[in-house]
Design a protein around this ligand. Structure first.
Ligand code: NAD
Length: 290
């Protein structure tokens, strides 16, 4: 396939490289000067998109996605497919899909989980929204870039699944970290805490697979000075998107809102910027009840 790839950052770069390695003809564009193995670089987003069968975007946020979509969708050949893999608000995902349909294109919103390691290793999970035809076109590319793709429903359903998942993740990480800090103060050994919780009803991905306590459980960013991993800023971004979505549909999400407020405090007023999102544990360690 002839693929245009716009947004070749930490995630998009390795995803585009994997498509090229699998034999696709990939032309990329990024605002920053980057070179990606196997990917021809275009001078603009429009020139990367104008003769492509599929254009993939992997951009920082919904505002940038809308601006790029405004430029490229009208330039893409009729019948081509736009796949947006960025994490953006549900409204932007739906607006861009509608604009694509008006230009005679197929569209899929397909945010990912799995992080930079998943992008490099081709083991991402894709959560996709769009028509069955659009998903069928995108599926072979998801197979190259990832290990699993779930067709979640109509346009916007991929973004909805992503922010609901990450709201659970943020809330669970906060709960796991505050429980470790309480256990410390109660004199409970961290390894014993892990041994019990990881095999009891308090278990979770944050405890069992990404334990925030250094030296306990499998290797995680906690064992590497809390270098990300999944940065606290990105968790804050996703929690904000979840609360924006909750407001737009009048959903009551008190735990998600509390997690958003805690990550905002951590990133903006404490030392959370640049740290992994599991660095909530040393934050709680230093605190008392007030
Ligand atoms: P990044 O900042 O490394 O990459 C974004 C790229 O987009 C940059 O290279 C930037 O130069 C480029 N860009 C910005 N505006 C542009 C424009 N108008 N035209 C062309 N290129 C433009 O970010 P990332 O970590 O690759 O994340 C990309 C998306 O994936 C985000 O929506 C993020 O929330 C999501 N995501 C990231 C992770 C992760 O662990 N990094 C995990 C899951 C999802």
């Amino acid at each position: 396939m002839k693929i245009g790839f716009i947004g070749l950052g930490n995630m998009g770069g390795p995803m585009a490289a994997n498509l090229a390695k699998a034999g696709h003809d990939v032309t990329g564009f990024d605002m920053a000067k980057v070179t990606i193995e196997g990917v021809a670089m275009a001078a603009s987003a429009v020139s990367a998109a104008s003769s492509a069968d599929v254009v993939i975007t992997m951009l920082p946020n919904g505002k940038i996605l809308r601006a790029v979509a405004n430029d490229i969708l009208a330039a893409m050949p009729k019948g081509a497919t736009h796949i947006d893999c960025s994490t953006v608000d549900v409204d932007s995902a739906r607006a861009v899909a509608e604009q694509a349909a008006n230009s005679g294109l197929l569209a899929v919103d397909a945010p990912v989980s799995g992080g930079v390691g998943g992008a490099a290793g081709g083991t991402l999970t894709f959560m996709a929204g769009g028509s069955a035809d659009a998903f069928a076109t995108a599926a072979p590319l998801f197979d190259i870039m990832g290990q699993k793709a779930v067709h979640c429903g109509a346009s916007g359903a991929g973004q909805a699944a992503k922010i609901c998942n990450n709201m659970i993740l943020g809330v669970t990480m906060v709960a796991t970290c505050e429980a470790f800090a309480l256990a410390d103060k109660l004199g409970l050994d961290r390894q014993k805490m892990f041994d019990v919780v990881s095999t009891s009803s308090g278990y979770s991905w944050t405890m069992n697979a990404y334990c925030p306590a250094p030296g306990v459980g499998p290797q995680s960013p906690a064992d590497n000075g809390y270098q990300p991993g999944f940065a606290a800023e990105l968790m804050l971004k996703d929690l904000r998107l979840s609360q924006q979505a909750a407001e737009s549909v009048d959903a009551d999400t008190p735990m998600g809102e509390l997690a958003r407020a805690l990550y905002a405090q951590f990133v903006e007023n404490e030392d959370g910027a640049g740290m992994d999102f599991s660095a909530m544990l040393p934050r709680f360690e230093k605190r008392g009840r007030n």
